[in-house]
Write a protein that binds this ligand. Structure first.
Ligand SMILES: [Zn+2]
Length: 52
C-alpha cells in the first residue's frame, strides 16, 4: 500500500512495474483522483512519488 501524492488515499493498484537506473518504479492508480502516479523504490524502500 502506498499513499497517493494528491489525496493521500492508500492505493495498492499497480498498473505497471519497471526499472529506472537504480530505482524500481511502480505505477499506481488512485481511484479517488482517477489518476495514476509513479512511486520510486530503492530496494524495498520508497524514495519518492510523482504525480503523473
Ligand atoms: Zn488520489
Amino acid at each position: 500500500m502506498i499513499k497517493c501524492p494528491r489525496c493521500r488515499t492508500e492505493s495498492s493498484d499497480i498498473k505497471k512495474e519497471w526499472k529506472y537506473a537504480t530505482f524500481k518504479v511502480k505505477k499506481y492508480y488512485c481511484k479517488k483522483c482517477e489518476k495514476s502516479f509513479n512511486a520510486y523504490f530503492h530496494g524495498e524502500e520508497l524514495s519518492f512519488r510523482l504525480p503523473k
